[in-house]
Design a protein around this ligand. Structure first.
Ligand SMILES: Nc1ncnc2c1ncn2[C@@H]1O[C@H](COP(=O)(O)OP(=O)(O)OP(=O)(O)O)[C@@H](O)[C@H]1O
Length: 247
């Protein structure tokens, strides 16, 4: 008897092409990328500078339009949506964590975490809220304002804010770019933990082989094409692959 396990995908991109500009000035940032991100997995996107990482992430998240191809988040084909529908879909189904923490300075950690749900007119699920807070280890910091928190703690608040609405996927763009190595490791361990504990799907763009090694899988871009991938990466296997791609 054969037992097959069906892998579900949170995000599926097919034949993705992105051209910036026109004529002689046209830049082919993506040249036909097929990539899928399994539900409940942590994936890193890597590649040399200018290879198309940010462009890919922006197209996958519906932050930029595609020139050709399709992107589906869950069962919704986002490349067919109007701007208004896309804004709603991002609010309901997508979480973001950026290099700059993007917290509101006058709100406490707890208020920052609850804000997106409140804007969407939704109630936070208290059980999930408690679980997220304990997973991020922020219980004793909930009443603090961002200026009273370390960089690592602020980024953990930003991650908790993304987790609390149970998005289909969280896109993280260089999430530890502004952190020292200890805080960075803390945030990455937490991202991995939230994948394991909460079944969250995370897609992260990074330049750092050490950061990528926290992921379950790393996909590599070069010149707008997906050229390789690694599962269960280590800093060394990621570095070796990058050196190969840059050669
Ligand atoms: N708005 C834009 N207009 C024109 N060209 C652009 C624009 N955004 C990106 N590009 C070009 O598209 C290509 C891919 O850029 P992208 O920022 O996606 O690469 P990246 O891999 O994220 O780079 P880095 O690691 O340096 O951040 C580059 O050649 C870049 O110059």
């Amino acid at each position: 008897m054969t037992i097959t396990t069906e892998v579900r995908h949170a995000v599926v991109a097919k034949g993705l092409a992105k051209i910036y500009g026109q004529g002689d000035a046209a830049v082919h940032a993506l040249r036909g990328v097929d990539v899928s991100f399994a539900t409940g997995a942590f994936t890193a996107i890597m590649g040399p500078s200018g290879s198309g990482k940010s462009t890919l992430m922006h197209c996958l998240a519906g932050l930029d339009t595609v020139t050709e191809g399709s992107v589906a988040i869950g069962d919704v084909e986002i490349t067919r949506l109007s701007d208004k529908q896309l804004t709603l879909l991002r609010r309901e189904r997508v979480g973001f964590v950026f290099q700059a923490f993007n917290l509101l300075p006058t709100l406490t950690a707890e208020q920052n975490i609850r804000l997106p749900l409140e804007i969407a007119g939704r109630q936070a699920d208290q059980v999930l809220f408690d679980r997220v807070i304990d997973t991020v280890g922020l219980r004793d910091r909930l009443s603090h304002r961002p200026s009273e928190l370390s960089g690592g703690q602020q980024q953990r608040v930003a991650v908790a804010r993304a987790l609390i609405s149970k998005p289909n996927v969280i896109f993280a763009d260089e999430p530890i770019g502004n952190l020292d190595s200890r805080s960075g490791a803390e945030v990455l361990a937490f991202l991995r933990h939230s994948v394991r504990e909460l079944g969250q799907t995370i897609v992260m763009v990074t330049h750092d082989p050490g950061a990528a090694s926290y992921a379950d899988r790393v996909v590599f871009l070069r010149d707008g094409l997906l050229v390789s991938e690694l599962t269960d990466p280590t800093p060394q296997t990621v570095l070796d692959m990058l050196l190969k791609l840059e050669a």
